[in-house]
Structure formats: structure tokens, C-alpha cells
Design a protein around this ligand. Structure first.
Ligand code: SF4
Ligand code: FES
Length: 245
């Protein structure tokens, strides 16, 4: 069968504005969108630029906007979309385009770094005499957060980031902090919650659930954010809980 892809193209150094190129290729319903992009690049247009590495949903490098929703190109199949029509492939929203489908992820990693306390983890953990004991129940409190592959799909999907508060630290950053806040082996949860209470922190989230919808690892991202908000409310004086003074 034939499948047609309408692909965003932009080279900031030479193009005045972005445009779309259309490519029709032979593709099967079970083929991945990433395979189709590779076919386009190998068979029709070697100048098409996009990131990929593992091709198996591990590295998180091929986050794109496909038919207006964030997704990993290696995890989506042609049959996941209406392939009787053009399939629209664009870069992740929110980020600046470096070339075609490649975005600059610096703001993503800066945000994750910005909410991490400066004290090294080794100085805030309880040093055990033997191994660090943790019960299955204690571990299960942050199990979901460990699945994050830092693909940034949730940033491209979040209406707060794209339309309301571009300084919001973002779903993945809050999720990463939740991983430490709920870890029984660390002792700096209070400091981490203080950072999350600041402007553009956890209270900027309006629970649109788009992060949960698009997360390729099926992490309950919004639920993790709500748990963190709840922890702030229950553990801090009430007048501080909104982040307002
Ligand atoms: Fe990607 Fe999900 Fe992690 Fe967001 S929370 S960066 S969508 S894996
Ligand atoms: Fe690694 Fe898709 S290429 S997650």
C-alpha cells in the first residue's frame, strides 16, 4: 500500500519560514512511523533531518508531533493513524527547531536541573552499615517515576507550557523530583518540596492530563504531580501551600 506523509521542513540558517514537503512511500500498516521516515530519507530526500537512536522506545530521542499529538516515532505504527489521508509529522511543540524535525532540548534539561537541590545526593542519604534496605511497598511509591526516559513528549503536549506559562518546570521535572521525594533513602524531601513551591513550579500545573495521555512509558504523570501537590499541602503550613506569600 501507499502512505503519504506531510513533513515539516525548516532550516533556520537559510529559510525565511517553515514549509511542508509531501512524500508518498510504500508502507505496511504495521510499519513504524520511524521506519517510514527512514524510507523517506534513504529513498527520496537525504536532507530530511530527525533524531533517532535505539528505535525501541528506550532512548527517548525521536519524540515528534504526529497528527498533532506528541509521540515517539518508533512506538507508533502507520495503522495507529488514518493512513488513507496524509499523516502530518512535525517537531515537538514548545521547543525551538534546530532543523526540520530536530528541536533544541536544552530548555528541557535546564528545567530538570533547575529544580534539583545543589547538595549532592551522597550527602543527603542515610548511610547504612550494609546495603540500603527498602521494602517493596516503599519502592512502589516511586516505581512509576523511574520509567521516565526523558523524551520530552509531555512538554510538547502540555497546554500550560505551550500556551500559558512557558517558564513552567514541566511534567517530567516534577516527576523526577517525585522520584526522590518519595524515596525512603533520601532525607532532602523538604528542600525539594520548597523548590517545587516556587513560581513556575508544581502549582503551575492545571491537570490537563495531556502528559499522561501522550507518555510513551504509560506513566501516570498527572497523578504523580497531584501527589506532590498533596504532599506540599499536608506537610507545609497552610498559608505557604499555594506558593504565595
Ligand atoms: Fe517522556 Fe513520559 Fe518522561 Fe514525559 S514523563 S519525559 S512523556 S517518558
Ligand atoms: Fe529511541 Fe525511539 S529511537 S526511543
Amino acid at each position: 500500500m501507499k502512505a503519504t506523509f506531510k513533513v515539516y521542513r525548516f532550516t533556520p540558517e537559510t529559510d525565511r519560514e517553515p514549509h511542508y514537503d509531501t512524500y508518498t512511500i510504500n508502507a505496511e500498516p504495521n510499519e513504524r512511523i520511524l521506519d517510514c521516515l527512514n524510507k523517506i530519507r534513504w529513498q527520496q530526500d537525504p536532507t530530511l533531518s530527525f533524531r533517532m537512536s535505539c528505535a525501541h522506545g528506550i532512548c527517548g530521542s525521536d519524540g515528534l508531533t504526529i497528527n498533532s499529538q506528541s509521540a515517539l516515532a518508533c512506538q507508533k505504527l502507520v495503522k495507529d493513524y488514518d493512513y488513507t489521508k496524509e499523516i502530518l509529522v512535525e517537531p515537538l511543540r514548545y521547543f525551538c527547531v534546530v532543523k526540520d524535525l530536530i528541536v533544541d532540548l536544552k530548555p528541557f534539561f535546564e528545567r530538570i536541573k533547575s529544580i534539583t537541590p545543589q547538595t549532592p545526593l551522597s550527602q543527603v542519604t542515610v548511610e547504612p552499615e550494609k546495603e540500603r534496605i527498602q521494602t517493596p511497598e516503599e519502592r512502589s511509591r516511586f516505581d512509576d517515576a523511574l520509567k521516565c526516559i526523558l523524551c520530552a513528549c509531555c512538554y510538547g503536549a502540555c497546554p500550560v507550557m505551550t500556551e500559558q506559562d512557558e517558564g513552567f518546570v514541566g511534567p517530567a521535572a516534577v516527576l523526577r523530583e517525585q522520584r526522590y521525594i518519595y524515596d525512603s533513602r533520601t532525607t532532602d524531601a523538604k528542600e525539594r518540596l520548597e523548590i517545587l513551591k516556587k513560581p513556575h513550579g508544581v502549582w503551575a500545573c492545571k491537570s490537563y492530563y495531556m502528559c499522561t495521555l501522550v507518555c510513551p512509558k504509560n506513566i501516570k504523570v498527572t497523578e504523580a504531580i497531584l501527589r506532590t501537590k498533596n504532599k506540599i499541602i499536608t506537610e507545609q503550613p497552610k498559608q505557604d501551600a499555594t506558593g504565595e506569600s
